[in-house]
Write a protein that binds this ligand. Structure first.
Ligand code: PEP
Ligand code: MN
Length: 332
C-alpha cells in the first residue's frame, strides 16, 4: 500500500508513523510518502487521521505502477530529459568497453558530430570468463569523466559490484545496473540513496515482475529516477545471442510509469541484425535506444561481434528518424 500523509504532518512525525506500521518512508515533492508490502489492504486505524490518500495493490509493483502514477516519469539525465511527455527516442551510443583514450574520444566525437547527447561505455565489466578483458576500471571512468567535461556529453556506465558504486555515482550521469547485477541488493540500495538516474537492465532469466521489483528497491529508497532496459532473454535459441522480449516491453508500457530503453545490440549479438531490430524497437514508441558502436569492431576487447562501425552507427540514425516520426516520436 502507498500512503500520502496529510500536509500538516511533520517529517519527524512521518518517520514515527512509518516505524509504527513498518513502512518505507520518503519525501516526494513535499509529500511524506509511506509504502508497505502489498499485503496491507486497509489503512491501520491508528494512523487513519494522518493519511491524505492511499492506493491498494495486489502485488509489490507499486511506485512503478500506472495505478499509482498514470503518467510516465520524466527523468533528467545531465543536460537532457528522458521519458515523460517528450515523445522522443534518445539514441545512446558508445563502445561496449572503454579501451583507451583515443578510442573513447573517437566515440565522443562521433556522437557530437551526430548531434547526440549521451555516451555509454563500460569500465567495470561483468564478464562471464575471468580470462577475458575485465574493463579499465577507475582509469576508464576517469576517461569518461574527461569526455563529459570536454564534450558536454552525458555519461552512462555500469556498476559491477558495490565496491565502486560511489565512484560511478560521482562521475556518471546515469548508473547502469547490468543484467547480471540487477539482483545485487548492495548496488540497488546504494542507487536508492542517490538522486542520480539509474538504468536497470533486465536479467536474461528475469520475469517482468522481478524486473520491476528491482526498480521498486530504488524507488522505495527515495530515488524516483529509474529507467528500465530490455536487452534480451535466454531462450532455447542459440543462433542469436538472446531473444529481445518486445511483448515484455508492451507489458511494461501498459503497466508501469517508468521510461523504457531498448538494447538490440546485446539481444542480437551480431551487428548485422542490429539495424533492423532497432527499427522494430523504435516503432514501439520507446524513450531510448542503446546501441554499441566501435571505431574498429574487429579488435574490440568485448562484444566484438555485435558492435556497429561508426559509419554503420551514422546510417542507423538516418534510417531510424522516419520510423520514429511514423509513430509520433522524434529521434535525437
Ligand atoms: C553492456 O551493457 O555492455 C552489458 C554488459 O550488458 P548486459 O548487462 O545487458 O549484459
Ligand atoms: Mn556490451
Amino acid at each position: 500500500m502507498i500512503l500520502h500523509l496529510k500536509p500538516n504532518i511533520t517529517d519527524s512525525k512521518a518517520v514515527a508513523i512509518a516505524e509504527e506500521v513498518n513502512a518505507f518512508h520518503f519525501v516526494s515533492n513535499g509529500t511524506n510518502v509511506l509504502i508497505t508490502g502489498s499485503g496491507m489492504k486497509e489503512v491501520p486505524s491508528s494512523i487513519e487521521d494522518s493519511v491524505d490518500q492511499f492506493w491498494v495493490f495486489d502485488n509489490d509493483i507499486q511506485l512503478a505502477s500506472k495505478k499509482y502514477q498514470s503518467e510516465k516519469r520524466e527523468v533528467k539525465i545531465g543536460n537532457t530529459v528522458i521519458g515523460g511527455k517528450t515523445n522522443r527516442t534518445i539514441l545512446i551510443g558508445g563502445p561496449c568497453s572503454v579501451e583507451s583514450e583515443s578510442q573513447i574520444r573517437e566515440s565522443a566525437e562521433l556522437l557530437v558530430e551526430m548531434g547526440l547527447t549521451t555516451l555509454r561505455g563500460g569500465c567495470y565489466k561483468p564478464r562471464t570468463s575471468p580470462y577475458s578483458f575485465q574493463g579499465m576500471g577507475y582509469e576508464g571512468l576517469m576517461l569518461l569523466s574527461q569526455m563529459r567535461e570536454e564534450f558536454g556529453l552525458n555519461i552512462i556506465t555500469e556498476v559491477r559490484d558495490a565496491t565502486h558504486v560511489q565512484d560511478v555515482i560521482e562521475h556518471s550521469d546515469v548508473i547502469q545496473v547490468g543484467a547480471k547485477a540487477m539482483y545485487d541488493q548492495g548496488i540497488l540500495r546504494a542507487c536508492a540513496k542517490t538522486q542520480k538516474p539509474v538504468l536497470i537492465k533486465r536479467g536474461f532469466g528475469t520475469t517482468l515482475k522481478e524486473f520491476v521489483q528491482a526498480a521498486e528497491f530504488v524507488l522505495s529508497g527515495g530515488n524516483p529516477n529509474v529507467i528500465l532496459c530490455e536487452r534480451g532473454l535466454r531462450t532455447f535459441e542459440t543462433n542469436t545471442r538472446f531473444t529481445l522480449d518486445l511483448c515484455g516491453v508492451a507489458w511494461l508500457q501498459e503497466h508501469t510509469n517508468l521510461p523504457i530503453i531498448l538494447d538490440p545490440s546485446h539481444a542480437m549479438g551480431y551487428a548485422y541484425g542490429v539495424p533492423v531490430l532497432s527499427k522494430a524497437c523504435v516503432a514501439m514508441g520507446i524513450d531510448g535506444l542503446l546501441v554499441e558502436a566501435h571505431r574498429d569492431p574487429s579488435v574490440a576487447k568485448s562484444d566484438a561481434s555485435q558492435q556497429l562501425t561508426h559509419d554503420g552507427f551514422r546510417e542507423l540514425l538516418t534510417s531510424l528518424k522516419p520510423v520514429a516520426e511514423s509513430v509520433g516520436y522524434s529521434m535525437i
